[in-house]
Design a protein around this ligand. Structure first.
Ligand SMILES: Cc1cc2nc3c(=O)[nH]c(=O)nc-3n(C[C@H](O)[C@H](O)[C@H](O)COP(=O)(O)OP(=O)(O)OC[C@H]3O[C@@H](n4cnc5c(N)ncnc54)[C@H](O)[C@@H]3O)c2cc1C
Length: 379
């Protein structure tokens, strides 16, 4: 099958690997003049890591920082809950890892045929018959995949829906050698209070990924200074972290949401990842779900038969799982302090039991951990 993928992000590149391995002809049209590598780090959970392995591009040992324990604390530093992430690793065979985005994109881009990625090609529209337009070229293919992110031109063109809407929350994030005790360990810490959430994860190579999820905008003054003011009464490493960072090291990511439609495309065109279902990063599943999509889409195209039917079946299978994550992420409930009874109960749950519960939740979002099939006979 001749496949055009719009967007050389995490999902598009991962899909290109799986399809190339199956012998399909793949071209990836990327708007940027080089691959987009900014954006600190992402946490790849066991479902995303399993999808990467299934697409023939497993996360190499030692890439990023392994997370064995996730601690949730209140702003005073008191423990609310602890989740043992090694449970997920033991159950699935895949660890939880925070990986600098630049390293992940570089890893995904390597090993593809040299001419597979066409840079500087901003897609402006697509047709259900299997064509894609840039400002001055038209490309045709058997299958078109819009993997062009939350502002997807393919989605707008084929579904007629507007870009993802902003929800009001914003993540301010970065990746620096701050907090060496976090960077050198395998524990991620999330501190939640009225100002929002302060997150800190080991990301490998002595780096800490840190972020601040805040409900109110920051306008017209230094971001670092505003965050220092708002998070002044947070304990742990938060004040020293905020002292160590400058505005130039902080990236802004407004939280956005798409409705997840029943059908993600039309005819020979489908969507993948944020183009289909952008949601806030509060469940750290956006990249993982993009990888899940790529994994199932590869299976759908391997099933043979009419491509349009296979694409609709891929969408039908992914929709309920993605909707579950999207609803949870859009509630932003992990960014708000839990009430006192909920905190009390959470403290009583042992880390291994909490880890088991989290592993089940991730499994409920996952096609790859259920080894879902797309049958050539259709639904
Ligand atoms: C602050 C923050 C933290 C996050 N943390 C996590 C995390 O810990 N774990 C996790 O799983 N997810 C996380 N996410 C979500 C994750 O980054 C995204 O869900 C994921 O990158 C989506 O992958 P994608 O391939 O669909 O799109 P993207 O990675 O956005 O890639 C889209 C690509 O398409 C290109 N493009 C855009 N428009 C066009 C066009 N018109 N024509 C051609 N190319 C185009 C872009 O340049 C880009 O290369 C986070 C997101 C944010 C904002």
């Amino acid at each position: 099958v001749d496949v055009l993928i719009a967007g050389a992000g995490i999902g598009g590149l991962a899909l290109a690997h799986g399809l190339t391995a199956d012998g399909h002809a793949v071209r990836v049209l990327e708007a940027g003049d080089r691959l987009r590598t900014g954006g600190a780090a992402v946490t790849i959970y066991s479902n995303g890591a399993a999808a990467l392995a299934g697409l023939g591009v497993p996360l190499p040992e030692g890439l990023g920082g392994r997370i064995d324990l996730l601690e949730i604390r209140d702003r005073a530093g008191r423990r609310v809950s602890r989740m043992d992430m090694s449970v997920m690793r033991n159950v699935t065979g895949f660890a939880v890892t925070t990986v600098p985005r630049e390293r992940l994109i570089t890893h995904l881009a390597s090993g593809l045929p040299q001419d597979a990625i066409l840079l500087g090609r901003r897609v402006v529209g697509a047709e259900p018959t299997g064509s894609v337009r840039t400002a001055d070229e038209t490309f045709t293919a058997d299958v078109v995949v819009g993997a062009d992110g939350a502002r997807s031109a393919v989605r707008t063109s084929v579904l007629g829906s507007p870009p993802a809407a902003e929800l009001g929350w914003t993540t301010w994030q970065g990746l620096t050698p701050a907090l060496p005790e976090i960077a050198a360990g395998t524990t991620g810490v999330l501190m939640v209070g009225d100002a929002g959430l302060a997150g800190m994860m080991p990301a490998g190579d002595g780096l800490t990924q840190w972020w601040f999820d805040v409900p109110r905008p920051i306008d017209g003054r230094s971001v670092a200074a505003t965050l220092r003011d708002r998070f002044v009464d947070y304990a742990g490493g938060v004040p020293s972290l905020l002292e160590s960072i400058a505005d130039a090291q902080i990236g802004r990511y407004p939280h956005v949401l798409h409705a997840v439609p029943d059908e993600w495309g039309a005819g020979r065109v489908t969507l993948l990842g944020d183009a289909a279902h952008a949601f806030p990063p509060s469940q750290a599943q956006g990249a993982n779900q993009a990888l899940e999509d790529a994994w199932l889409l590869r299976r759908a195209l391997a099933a043979g038969g009419d491509p349009a039917r296979r694409l609709r079946e891929y969408e039908r299978r992914r929709t309920p799982r993605v909707r579950r994550v999207s609803r949870l992420a859009a509630s932003e409930r992990t960014n708000r302090p839990a009430n006192a009874p909920a905190r009390f109960l959470a403290r009583l749950v042992p880390a291994r039991l909490a880890g088991r519960g989290y592993a089940s939740l991730i499994r409920s979002f996952s096609s790859v951990l259920h080894n879902e099939q797309v049958s050539p006979a259709g639904p």
